[in-house]
Design a protein around this ligand. Structure first.
Ligand SMILES: Nc1ncnc2c1ncn2[C@@H]1O[C@H](COP(=O)(O)OP(=O)(O)OP(=O)(O)O)[C@@H](O)[C@H]1O
Ligand SMILES: [Mg+2]
Length: 127
């Protein structure tokens, strides 16, 4: 359930939060909102922006942006090690980026969804 915490109310903020349970303890966390550009554009199906992934300090993805519209077909090409698989891993929830945002179908926050939820939302991959 999304609520605004008493502290946020006291501070005059309207940051949506939700109650979660982490290892048996109740906690409150801020719910991320889709970026304004996504809210304002119904054509965008996949919104990936400013993604950074590093492995032990090695930058595999630096400020990656990818926007795919409904009905659009995109092919990603690049040399070995360019980061294509890492990008797919981020989109499908296998790898969490250090930075960036990724949304699908307007309101599925890919960076806060597990692999099952992402698959249920309609993103699949095949090898
Ligand atoms: N788990 C990992 N640990 C450390 N480095 C990694 C890991 N996964 C990928 N990398 C490195 O990140 C970079 C991007 O790799 P990635 O596999 O995403 O490239 P790719 O474009 O899919 O390459 P290919 O065409 O060979 O499939 C490479 O330099 C790779 O060695
Ligand atoms: Mg690959």
């Amino acid at each position: 359930m999304n609520t605004v915490s008493p502290l946020s109310q006291e501070l005059g903020l309207s940051i949506p939060e939700e109650d979660v349970e982490i290892r048996g303890m109740r906690a409150t966390r801020v719910v991320a909102k889709p970026p304004k550009r996504l809210i304002g554009n119904k054509d965008i199906l996949l919104y990936v922006e400013n993604i950074n992934v590093s492995f032990d300090g090695f930058k595999a993805l630096s400020d990656l942006n990818l926007y795919v519209n409904r009905g659009e077909l995109r092919c990603i090409i690049g040399p070995n090690g360019a980061g294509k698989t890492t990008m797919m891993d981020v989109i499908t929830g296998k790898t969490r980026p250090d930075k960036g945002v990724a949304w699908f179908d307007r309101d599925v926050n890919l960076l806060e969804s597990d692999e099952v939820r992402i698959a249920q939302a309609g993103i699949g991959r095949k090898f």
